[in-house]
Write a protein that binds this ligand. Sequence first.
Ligand code: HEM
Length: 119
Amino acid sequence: ADPTLFDQLGGKPGIVKIVDTLLPKLQSDPRIRASFDGIDMHNLSLRLKEQICVVANGPCTYRGKDMKLIHDGLHITDAHFNALVEDLQDAMDESGLSPAVQNRLLARLAPMHRDVVQP
Ligand code: HEM
């Protein structure tokens, strides 16, 4: 059998847990928390869950805005991007996901770097 990444992440409940663990980390991480001041975190939570589900080939639809447009003007640097990835790894560790599964998700998010970190 060849499990989809969606299954390996634990399906929708697994993705919900990852994102619910991640968002408080982003809001308390001194490297990036300022970016999330005044942001609608409930919306961000829903959109991030949809997006991770979609990139993991799960049965979801992303209903958020275009990634380039939403991150435009936020002045996100490589250091910010890497901080978010570290927080995501910590969240996935707390869900007990293996490094192989974690890397599979990170590899699918990596191409978004060009839309998030803009010149
Ligand atoms: C692979 C990395 C990332 C992914 C997959 C991602 C994904 C998303 C998604 C799905 C949204 C919601 C779009 C919507 O509301 O329609 C969003 C919004 C946002 N992201 Fe990211 N993001 C990433 C990296 C970052 C980084 C590194 C930062 C800053 C440190 C950041 C800051 C924000 C902020 C502040 C918003 C809210 C913007 C607003 O509501 O006006 N993101 N992101």
